[in-house]
Design a protein around this ligand. Sequence first.
Ligand SMILES: [Fe+2]
Ligand SMILES: [Fe+2]
Length: 234
Amino acid sequence: MKKQTILWSLLLTAGFFLNACKDTGENKSEMKTPVDAARTPSGSSLTVAEAKTKTIADLQEAFSGESNATARYAAFSKKAAEEGYKEIALLFKAASLAEKVHAGNHKAVLEEMGIAVTPAKIEVKVLSTKENLEFAIKGETYEATTMYPNFLKDADAAGNQLALISLNYAYKTEKKHKAFYEQALAALTANKLSSLPSVYFVCPTCGNTYETAAPKRCGISMTSGEKFIKINTL
Ligand SMILES: [Fe+2]
Ligand SMILES: [Fe+2]
């Protein structure tokens, strides 16, 4: 008898719970899509639907930025070579390749989402190598401290795993590029260019950039070091 009472109370509780769920669902049905309209668990101020839309815009902006960086660093490499700074020309060449990998990854994610990607409008302004390095440091700093951290929050709120991977590859690489450019600017200012590396290795998966030697595996994407692209000639 006691066992029967417990069973009935469990069934009643379950019934109340199911009714409560049904009520919540009916209330939410007034909104466009209950799942997308929900607040994200990441603490983002965006709804899931807003985060999804924002992530598409972020990826398009990142694709445009990386495409421009590819062209800009290739032009900066040429300028550094003309000015006789081979070591800096090699760094710009390696970074240009890394940015090309990032642009390709962002484009691939957008295409996976069914978004048609239009080629970026390329605007390149070449100054002296010292000024080019200063400009590059500013760009990498913005990407590594503001742009990619914000884009990663949006992709997290949207639950977009591929966007998270692609944005994270770029975010981690730009932090390294910033340090390389700062090192190059310091060497140029101190007239100690021979202290700079004369060879770079770029990961074909994530753009991760290493000076002097390739690792056994990429520290970001775990790609085998044997697949890295060596940059030691202009
Ligand atoms: Fe990049
Ligand atoms: Fe970069």
